[in-house]
Design a protein. Sequence first.
Length: 265
Amino acid sequence: MKLVVLVKHVPDETVDRPLTDGVFADDLTVDREALTCRLGEPDEYAVEQAMRIARRRMDVQICVVTMGPPGAARALVRALALGADEAVHVVDDALHGSDAQATSLVLAAAVRRVGFDLVLCGTASTDSGMSVVPAMVAERLGVPVACEADAVWVGEDEVVVRRDGGATTDDIALSMPAVVSVTERVGEPRYPAYRSVVEARGKVVRTWSLADLRIRPDEVGLGASATVVRSVTPYAGQRPALIVRGDAHDAAARLATYLSEHQLI
């Protein structure tokens, strides 16, 4: 069984404050080369889900796939350290500025070339957070899709996902091949051992260009994108905290008045 996990190299939110100088290039795309980046946290859950499937079966091979600039290879090395067997990196200057539509075109072509029984993804990337790429990839591949799965079970020819809908819990069966995006509820990602990190550097990472996937440069990038960022405006600075002093009765009354005036209660 071939499992393909789609991953992304994203700015590390624990290091770089969003919307500060140097985050965006002149064309309002994220300047990843100027930022500290990492494998997206939602993608680590997808890799973990693939590893859990592999532990229950003996015939599983896990391939992680990403597209992006040369630095995105670091996300693949991290995914390999987490347990993936091989990786594919689609890198091409023409990809710069690709939106979700163009991204799904490239990823679907890479998945098709790799071959797959099941594609796993995180629910969304931590930089754009659109949550649409899994469904777009499935549409291009012509296979069923289930998004935001909280649990996954894989059989011989179908995959069953459980999704918490709040008032209800849904169990959804999909015939394979299929695409599934998973939430953090599928299980906490493992922390790679030092030996796994060392071994990851010796695993196979294939590098493909658009030409390898038979995609024309004019089909991707800013020029081919259906959506573009027009402006970026930072949030207003955090308001100072309100400290209510005095005896309990008086402080409670003043706090209630404040909350009411600001329509917080």
